[in-house]
Write a protein that binds this ligand. Structure first.
Ligand SMILES: NC(=O)c1ccc[n+]([C@@H]2O[C@H](COP(=O)([O-])OP(=O)(O)OC[C@H]3O[C@@H](n4cnc5c(N)ncnc54)[C@H](OP(=O)(O)O)[C@@H]3O)[C@@H](O)[C@H]2O)c1
Length: 201
């Protein structure tokens, strides 16, 4: 398969791109590098599919949202998550639906904060849960046998280490990548895939 990985230089995206490379042709993109895309710019998403043709699958491991105590979150803090992680990935589905090959797949990223909250995470919980709802609804309307799913990663060990937090309870990025591979290579449709369920596989 020919697969675009958005966010392929990031902690999760790098591991996903590496895992997929074993069996597929992987096109790595982000806001930097030779092939640029910005989730916040719908035009750049359309241009991506005009530049890279005959794509079977797109995986998004990108998207920002503010991490801040609830009562300190400003309107613009909320807008970060709505514009980037939420509508960026929604617009990716809208663009991909026009361009992917028949039977292709779209895999998005939410996160465990949708259902397992922590202080400071409300704006992230908001967009993660919205993405999971969107995928449930979008899946039943996608044409041409296209599939859409969302992977929900837990904390990633490398991220916890970088943040100087206790890495216990996280899973390595390489283990998380298995859920994305399963979403791309499997038959799931409209599902939220808990990456912990695939981590030991
Ligand atoms: N790491 C965790 O513990 C964890 C846990 C749960 C959920 N998640 C979610 O997983 C996703 C990836 O997390 P991560 O930790 O791997 O992030 P990361 O290490 O910060 O990497 C983000 C990647 O996305 C790209 N990117 C950022 N903004 C972009 C945009 N607007 N358009 C296109 N590409 C963009 C970055 O490259 P450029 O800067 O070059 O664009 C980079 O390749 C995020 O949505 C995060 O909320 C992460």
């Amino acid at each position: 398969m020919k697969i675009i990985v958005i966010g392929a230089t990031g902690t999760i995206g790098k591991a996903v791109a590496e895992a997929l490379t074993a069996r597929h042709e992987v096109v790595r993109v982000s806001r930097s590098g030779p092939l640029k895309v910005d989730l916040e710019d719908a035009g750049s998403l359309a241009r991506l599919f005009e530049t890279v043709k005959d794509v079977d699958a797109v995986v998004c491991c990108a998207g920002s949202a503010a991490f801040k105590p609830l009562l300190q979150l400003t309107d613009s803090d909320f807008q970060i998550g709505l514009r980037s992680k939420l509508m960026g990935q929604v617009n990716l589905v809208r663009a991909a639906a026009q361009h992917l090959r028949d039977g292709g797949s779209i895999t998005l990223t939410s996160g465990v904060l949708a259902h397992e909250p922590m202080p400071g995470g409300a704006a992230i919980s908001l967009v993660n849960a919205a993405l999971e709802g969107f995928v449930t609804g979008a899946a039943i309307e996608l044409p041409r046998g296209l599939r859409v799913n969302v992977v929900s990663p837990p904390w990633i060990t490398e991220t916890l280490v970088a943040l100087k937090m206790d890495p216990k309870g996280g899973i390595p990025a390489a283990a998380c990548a298995k859920a994305y591979v399963a979403a791309v290579e499997g038959k799931e449709q409209g599902q939220t895939i808990d990456a912990r369920k695939h981590a030991g596989a």
